[in-house]
Design a protein around this ligand. Structure first.
Ligand SMILES: [Zn+2]
Length: 274
């Protein structure tokens, strides 16, 4: 929201001549501290927030280094501030490893999460195994052992119970996964399409069939996905937004190549989906 206030009676004439700052300064009214000015004009302006820029290798390295800054508890933040995620010697290797294992990929200078990476993120997001603060509390404990304030055995016990907890969490997860409904894959014919938060995809690695749920600004419902993979088309989807910002309605249809495209109500033309 923007606003501007101009003092009544002392309105500053905008200098058309390019006289430099000095002239403008000399034409400013004298204002005293505590003086009450009346508002003669206020506007509301609309702006859109921009998404955070994608990480580059450099910004990701620095985010890993400074990972402790967003940690709430003081002592853990301090412990993490000294280490972040990884060490100067290992951070670059961690990124290489994530690329090698296909969790992230390079696109020019940017680093982009892959579908696999996003799927793993969705799964472990709020699980203990993904808790970066853990590094901080371990560093704290190790420092306490070094200072003779904590027995090494106690730390080892803690690690044992931690491993127990994350294993339980992950085992629970695989039974949750089993109970997820799966649908017949239109491409390979197997009962193997799972619907996830951002994508519906076939679990057979060699198949590769997938449909993103975010299409031109709308989110495909599970029913939409079911229709698309079982009958090859969704009902008319309303409120889609083209790249040029135009609203349109269309159905999503599955082509022979198992890629999606739009089919418009008047069927005058087809436009490639994503
Ligand atoms: Zn398949």
């Amino acid at each position: 929201m923007g606003w501007k206030a101009v003092q009544k009676g002392k309105e500053v004439e905008a200098e058309k001549k390019e006289d430099g700052d000095e002239h403008i300064l000399s034409s400013l009214p004298n204002l005293t501290e505590g003086e009450v000015l009346s508002l003669v004009n206020a506007d509301i302006t609309e702006h859109k927030t921009k998404p955070k820029p994608l990480y580059t290798e450099a910004t990701l390295l620095s985010a890993m280094e400074n990972a402790g800054k967003e940690v709430k508890e003081d002592d853990k933040r301090k412990a993490m501030a000294e280490c972040g995620i990884g060490t100067p010697a290992t951070r670059a290797n961690i990124i290489e490893m994530l690329i090698l294992r296909d969790y992230i990929r390079r696109d020019k200078k940017s680093i982009i999460p892959t579908e696999k990476g996003l799927a793993v993120y969705e799964i472990v997001n709020n699980k203990k195994i993904a808790n970066a603060e853990m590094t901080g509390s371990w560093e704290l404990a190790l420092a306490a052992i070094e200072a003779g304030q904590m027995l090494a055995d106690k730390f080892a016990q803690g690690i044992n119970s931690y491993v127990g907890t994350i294993c339980e969490e992950l085992l629970l997860l695989s039974s949750e996964q089993k109970s997820y409904p799966v649908y017949r894959c239109p491409k390979c014919g197997q009962q193997s399409v799972g619907i996830y938060a951002k994508v519906a995809k076939c679990r057979h690695e060699t198949c590769g069939f997938h449909v993103f749920r975010e299409v031109c600004g709308i989110h495909l419902s599970e029913d939409n996905i079911r229709d698309l993979i079982s009958s090859g088309r969704t009902p008319i989807l309303k409120g889609l937004t083209s790249k040029a910002g135009k609203k349109f309605n269309a159905r999503l249809v599955l082509g022979e190549d198992y890629a999606t495209s739009f089919e418009f109500e008047n069927k005058k033309g087809k436009q490639r989906g994503r």
